[in-house]
Design a protein around this ligand. Structure first.
Ligand code: TMP
Length: 238
């Protein structure tokens, strides 16, 4: 039954059909990967933490008027989301130099950027998710010019809302990756997840990394820091 309903199995989540045509069930997994799956481990507790974190973040964005696919949390590891066609882009927005940007352009990690910059990566594991530009997106028919415009506007708005949200809990939002979905009527809306797996979160006071870079760079255990992010978010959600 479960196997029949399985629509998609990703690196960190499984997606199942439900009895409702426009509703999917997402099951978060403890499986943790980096380097496009080359590094892989089971990190017990991560699924539940990410499910709770993304639920709180999406609820907050809904409150701020930002449309997204989140419907409700179903259990510790599961949530219900609207069924949308995922636009095959990883949209990254950066406020501070870090990660691949710092490396590619030799701009020291931690250097604030004069304005937030958006990058697009083509979601294609076989190609290793290459960095692409707006012309590539149009040529590959990933999205239309109007859709790209909408995605960029939404991404700037989401960035502003998230900077504010994380600032409230003493966290500097360095950068993050989001994905968008397309409804049957063509509406573009925020989908996928927003968690410490997909964001760089640095403690404002100590500069401590509160995100998946700990795992990517073998710097420490991610469970206690994800727990810390969740607890801080829960305090302002009350
Ligand atoms: P990058 O600096 O490695 O390009 O990552 C930019 C942001 O995107 C960072 O917050 C981590 C996130 N990210 C993902 O969520 N998934 C990915 O596959 C990659 C490469 C980055």
């Amino acid at each position: 039954m479960e196997t029949e309903n399985l629509l998609y199995e990703g690196k960190a989540k499984k997606l199942f059909k439900t009895n409702e045509p426009n509703v999917l069930r997402v099951e978060y997994l403890d499986q943790t990967t980096a380097l496009n799956g080359a590094k892989k481990d089971i990190v017990t507790g991560k699924a539940s933490l990410n499910n709770q974190i993304t639920a709180l973040v999406f609820e907050r964005l809904t409150h701020e008027g930002i449309q997204n696919h989140f419907i409700k949390k179903k259990s510790k590891n599961e949530q219900l989301v609207e069924a949308v066609e995922i636009v095959q882009l990883e949209v990254v927005i950066r406020n501070v130099s870090a990660g691949s940007f710092a490396k590619r352009l030799a701009i020291a990690e931690g250097t604030p950027l004069a304005f937030p910059i958006i990058e697009f990566y083509y979601k294609d594991d076989a190609l290793d998710d290459p960095l692409i530009n707006e012309d590539h997106i149009k040529i590959l028919q990933i999205a239309t010019e109007d859709e790209i415009k909408t995605i960029k506007m939404q991404t700037y708005k989401i960035n502003e809302a998230l900077i504010k949200l994380f600032k409230k809990i003493g966290i500097c939002l360095i950068d993050f990756k989001i994905e968008f979905g397309r409804r049957d009527d063509g509406t573009i809306l925020l989908a996928d997840e927003i968690t410490p797996d997909t964001c760089r979160l640095w403690d404002e006071k100590t500069g401590d990394r509160l995100d998946k870079d700990l795992y990517r760079k073998n710097l420490g255990d991610i469970v206690p820091v994800y727990q810390e992010v969740l607890e801080r978010l829960e305090k302002i959600a009350d």
